[in-house]
Write a protein that binds this ligand. Structure first.
Ligand code: AOF
Ligand code: ZN
Length: 371
């Protein structure tokens, strides 16, 4: 059904889509290419919500050369009037002859209607070319469209024997600079960073993205003036965080999840009271629902063994990213996750490795959690 040429142009559209991945949320990252015969006549990618969709840039560049062209798009062209008019109609009006989409848009407002609109207008419209690559680019968006919650990745850094801090709390630094820059990349790709009061108090962490700490290879794709900060979400059930912490000195949004509102914080801090579970802890499922309502696609968790363990035990973690340094910290040091005591291997949470690579002296393990 698809030719080698089709695959080549779709690969270009995916490359373009990737350029938007730091800035399109809550929208997906999408790329589009218009080809006349063997000639590229227009291309573009979605940059930010509220701005033009990928197809609009490509159509604009192609002008009258869009007539009879083939469009390669990494996501089905939209059919609805959102912040912008429907792309399917734009392609029809421009006289495009064929549309190849990598995947159907999981947004229930579209969900196949864009492709149907094109077919009704007599345009050949197909999907399924490089669908897995396209889906990987928008894991968070797809997850939120299906579940109403953000995709949750828990990040941990440990020694080879799975220890995250010495018994006295010391943890600076277990992993090297390459691993720490990679963490920064993930923060920049995320819509929100979740942590707990314990972690914030122990490290006086800022949990923001600092451009100079991103991997150098990324800074080209992602100019400093487009840097976007993830929402910092901190669980502080006992109102222990005080306004003098480093976290509050950075004038970027913070959502403090608390037992009660205390006030007296900078204006960029929002306090939010959520239901408590039976044991008096913030109901984590309700928190994810709230973050989903706020249209956050990717949640990056940098927390301690207790919050990580609670998320894992409640089946709320989708992915684990573990940076491991070739060090041994011993069994007196702190572990990765606080989990219940298991009596049988059949009870143990199981993960599925999706990637394993070296980062300088350390290794990075990415694993999906089977819930
Ligand atoms: C496309 N091309 O480049 C993107 C699409 O509010 P709006 O108008 O920006 O619409 C957002 C929705 O449009 C988003 O949830 C997703 O379903 C689709 N994104 N569609 O045709 C694009 N970014
Ligand atoms: Zn569109």
């Amino acid at each position: 059904m698809f030719t080698e040429q089709d695959a080549r142009w779709m690969a270009r559209a995916l490359e373009l889509a990737r350029l938007g991945r730091f800035t399109t949320s809550p929208n997906p990252a999408v790329g589009a290419v218009l080809v006349q015969g063997t000639e590229l006549v227009g291309e573009g990618y979605h940059r930010q919500a509220g701005g033009p969709h990928a197809e609009v840039f490509a159509l604009c560049q192609a002008g009258s050369r869009a007539l009879g062209a083939t469009a390669y798009v990494t996501l089905e062209p939209c059919s609805h009037h959102g912040r912008t008019p429907p792309c399917a109609q734009g392609l029809i009006d421009a006289g495009v002859a064929r549309v190849v989409a990598a995947m159907v848009d999981p947004n229930p407002q579209v969900a196949g209607r864009g492709l149907a609109m094109l077919r009704e207008a007599g345009i050949e419209a197909e999907h399924g070319l490089m669908a897995a690559e396209a889906a990987r680019l928008n894991t968070g968006f797809i997850h939120r469209m299906r579940t109403g919650r953000p995709h949750v990745t828990v990040k941990l850094a440990s020694s080879l024997d799975g220890r995250t801090a010495l018994a006295n709390g010391q943890s600076k630094w277990i992993t090297g600079p390459d691993a720490r820059r990679d963490v920064h990349k993930h923060r920049a790709l995320s819509c929100a960073v979740l942590s707990g009061a314990d972690t914030v108090l122990a490290d006086n962490a800022s949990l923001n993205v600092r451009w100079t700490e991103l991997p150098a290879s990324l800074r080209g794709d992602y100019p400093q003036d487009r840097l976007r900060q993830p929402l910092r979400v901190i669980i502080d059930g006992q109102n222990r965080l005080t306004p003098d912490l480093a976290l509050f000195s950075i004038p970027e949004p913070i959502l403090l999840v608390r037992g009660g509102v205390s006030g007296g914080l900078p204006k960029w801090v929002e306090e939010c009271v959520l239901p408590l579970s039976a044991d008096g802890k913030v109901a984590l499922g309700a928190l994810l629902d709230e973050l989903g309502r706020r249209q956050l696609n990717y949640l990056w968790v940098e927390a301690g063994a207790r919050l990580g363990g609670a998320l894992l035990t409640q089946g709320l973690v989708d992915e684990l990213i573990l940076y491991q340094a070739p060090k041994l910290m011993g069994s007196q040091a702190r572990g990765l996750f606080e989990l219940p005591c298991f009596d049988a291997m059949a009870q143990v949470p199981e993960l599925q490795l999706s990637d394993c690579r070296r980062l300088g002296p350390d290794i990075k393990i990415t694993a999906k959690v089977k819930n």
